[in-house]
Write a protein of this length. Structure first.
Length: 106
């Protein structure tokens, strides 16, 4: 019977030691989790910054491309307006000629 009591005491001690070691090492796991959370936050911040930088550079490129395109459109519109003015001038000349023919023809 003494052997059974000694065996139970040893078993209880071993279980207590195992539980103590398990709970003692738990804060390390929490520290690791905190470090992982901080690492994830840093990764998210760096991702946000890189996306912001790439968006800024892309918007600058888009603005530059739009400026070039609008300049070309403006030049083409200017050329078209000149052609319309020349056409109007030639039409005025033809109208004067036809008006003169009408006067002399009657």
């Amino acid at each position: 019977m003494d052997i059974i009591i000694v065996g139970l005491i040893v078993t209880v001690l071993l279980v207590n030691i195992a539980l103590f070691l398990k709970f003692k090492s738990k804060p390390d796991v929490e520290d690791n989790k905190d470090q992982e959370v901080l690492k994830i936050k840093d990764d998210i911040n760096s991702l946000k910054n890189s996306l912001g930088d790439s968006f800024n550079s892309m918007s600058k490129e888009v603005a530059k491309d739009m400026t070039v395109a609008l300049t070309k459109v403006d030049e083409k519109v200017g050329n078209f307006n000149q052609q319309v003015q020349l056409l109007n001038q030639s039409q005025e000349g033809i109208t004067k000629i036809l008006a003169g023919v009408k006067k002399y023809g009657t």
